[in-house]
Design a protein around this ligand. Structure first.
Ligand SMILES: [Zn+2]
Length: 219
């Protein structure tokens, strides 16, 4: 099973890079190994697109390295915070998508501004915005811990996204979805006054069960 998870991680890293969600050594990813209280996480300082299955570091839920030849990602603390709170989430993906990251640097821009289609309220129920905190710090992990009870996806201001999924495909999809919606917002702004989905419809969609089966075997 662990071998399969390593294979899935490599696939998602490649797609994350191909789809312009990260460049260079940016971003990181982890996966929980079922029934073992351990996770696999990408090493620090290496481009995701260059990773091979054996490069992922095995770490326990207290952050202690169990095996691996490299140092785990500096965002390990944030990943562990999410796994400790959400047993159903098995993958955490951190990326730097340019459009949504740029939008949330803008003063007076808020989450509700860019819900132009049904997908975000339907598929992404728990989204939270974290004010700027330097990357890789315990302060950032603590800030995520304060919001983790109500969110499994985080916009990290002046930095990027951190998204948890029940599968790797779901974590990847939700990251792409947020970037897609940000692009829609930008194109709507270019052409002038625009309207989003009425607030009560957004609320209704939030209450619908937007659970899709994301099959990692198809990655
Ligand atoms: Zn980052």
């Amino acid at each position: 099973v662990e071998k399969d998870i390593r294979r899935i991680l490599v696939k998602v890293c490649q797609k994350t890079y191909e789809r312009h969600l990260v460049v260079g050594p940016g971003g990181n990813i982890s996966a929980k190994i079922e029934g073992q209280d351990r996770i696999l996480i990408s090493p620090t300082g290496v481009s995701l697109v260059q990773l091979k299955g054996n490069d992922f570091v095995t770490v326990d839920l207290n952050g202690k390295t169990i095996s691996g030849n490299a140092r785990p990602s500096s965002e390990l603390g944030a990943h562990l915070t999410i796994y400790r709170h959400w047993p159903q989430y098995r993958f955490v993906l951190h990326t730097h998508p340019p459009t949504i990251t740029g939008l949330f640097c803008c003063k007076n821009f808020s989450l509700s501004d860019f819900i132009l289609t049904e997908d975000i309220p339907y598929y992404l129920k728990h989204l939270s915005v974290i004010e700027y905190i330097p990357s890789g710090t315990t302060e950032l992990a603590k800030a995520i811990a304060t919001k983790v009870k109500t969110a499994n996806a985080f916009i990290l201001k002046n930095h990027g996204l951190m998204v948890a999924g029940r599968s790797a495909s779901e974590a990847l999809y939700l990251s792409e979805l947020l970037e897609e919606c940000a692009k829609m917002y930008v194109s709507a702004r270019i052409y002038g006054p625009f309207s989003g989905i009425p607030e009560r419809k957004v609320l209704a969609l939030t209450k619908e069960v937007g659970i899709e089966k994301y099959d990692d075997s198809r990655l």
